[in-house]
Ligand binder design. Structure first.
Ligand code: FEO
Length: 403
């Protein structure tokens, strides 16, 4: 067992024993520019309990940190709050190393864990609201179905006023600091919003409901121990307030103009559209796909009022990077957006119609059919682009007035 890894004390009875993934840059399609952590927690109760595990390559790091507090074979219970591999991937190895008396998960968690690992032992299903005694401490389980998988649940420890919130309130951020109050607030807000926009956005209605439900339960919570990024032990209203705001998807006058270009004609169009947006009072954010990752576009859209998408036509199709972006964004189901499609073409020019079709499927309120310009835009064409920007700005104002 590696002695290089140490546990970090969260409370007198709870230790962080997770792993820091400094190098990860692709998290199922999400650019994790600052890495991430897979948080797991050791509860030193009469029944010693491990909450969640880590991604498989980090199993020895997890066991090493546990060993800095207790012999892993002394662990009695393992609780799996979420079956996704970044938290359950080491479960089989942990079960082998620890031989726990019992492993607990939600009913859907039991199903998912079996479907992942085909275990030859029972996982004990716990119900929403059920409590588990750990002797001197206890856990109460709160199912959070579809936040963001069917199996997710929170575990609440009343004695420590501590909520183990799995993915919720987390962020992909690898740091040497373990607590949010040790980290710059603007970084927390940015990485938190990026995580929300790329993971939780499609479930925003459920997020709003959950915040309300937790409020109604009136649970005293002093610590939120999430499964990614820093632990919150101060100013909990900050992260909860951010979640409430992000879930609303309230639009602003920001207009994201995202495009790719073959010979810079669609890029010239984008710049002229941005000028029109500015003249109309909107705040354009130009995001060429050659230098902006899809997950950063999703982050910018979180508080935008407009999305304008440009694509040249390549072999009768929209550009592959634009197709990639729209497929990704469609799955995230952003709301409260107006928009437009545009692009340069040579002869057939299908891309703008295809982009428009995808945007309609996403229920984006489009200003018109979109703007196609043949080959290189001349001054008249650039004026059309400028006017398109003006119309999008005007429609955005209408959206803000109605919101
Ligand atoms: Fe961090 Fe849904 O896994």
């Amino acid at each position: 067992m590696s002695k290089a890894f140490k546990a970090i004390k969260v409370t007198d009875n709870v230790y962080w024993v997770g792993a820091i993934d400094w190098g990860i840059r692709d998290f199922h399609g999400y650019l994790t520019e600052r890495g991430t952590t897979y948080n797991a927690f050791l509860v030193m109760a009469d029944k010693i309990t491990l909450i969640d595990t880590v991604k498989p390559p980090f199993q020895s790091e997890l066991l090493g940190r546990i060993s800095s507090v207790v012999d892993p074979r002394d662990i009695d219970y393992v609780v799996s709050n979420h079956a996704e591999m970044d938290h359950s991937g080491s479960l089989v190895g942990v079960i082998e190393a620890v031989q726990p008396e019992k492993v607990f998960a939600s009913s859907m968690g039991c199903k998912h864990l079996q479907e992942h690992f085909h275990l030859d032992r029972e996982i004990v299903a716990v119900k929403d609201g059920e409590s588990l005694s750990l002797g001197n401490l206890g856990l109460t389980f709160l199912e959070t179905r579809m936040l963001h998988w069917p199996d997710n649940m929170f575990s609440y420890m009343p004695e420590e006023k501590l909520l183990f919130s799995q993915d919720a309130f987390g962020m992909h951020l690898a740091t040497s600091e373990r607590f949010a109050d040790e980290i710059d607030e603007s970084l927390l807000e940015y990485e938190g919003s990026k995580y929300y926009a790329n993971i939780l956005l499609p479930m925003s209605a459920l997020v709003t409901k959950l915040i309300k439900k937790v409020g109604e339960l009136n649970l005293p919570i002093e610590i939120i121990a999430c499964d990614h990024g820093p632990i919150w032990r101060q100013d909990l209203d900050k992260i909860i307030g951010w979640y409430a705001k992000w879930a609303e998807q309230k639009p602003t006058n920001k207009a994201v103009v995202v495009f790719d270009t073959m010979w810079f004609s669609t890029a010239k169009m984008a710049e002229a559209i941005a000028e029109g947006l500015m003249a109309g009072g909107a705040q354009p954010k130009l995001m060429p796909l050659k230098s902006n990752h899809r997950s950063n576009v999703a982050t910018e859209i979180l508080d935008a009022g407009a999305l304008v998408v440009g694509s040249p036509t390549l072999n009768n199709n929209m550009y592959p990077t634009v197709a990639d972006l729209l497929t990704y964004l469609k799955g995230l189901k952003p709301k409260n957006l107006v928009g437009a499609a545009f692009g340069s073409y040579g002869w057939s020019g299908e891309a703008v119609g295809q982009v428009r079709g995808m945007m309609e499927e996403m229920k984006i309120d489009l200003v018109d059919e979109g703007l196609r310009i043949k080959f290189v835009p001349n001054d008249d064409a650039l004026k059309q682009c400028f006017d398109l920007g003006l119309r999008v700005a005007e429609k955005t104002r209408g959206l803000l007035e109605a919101a």
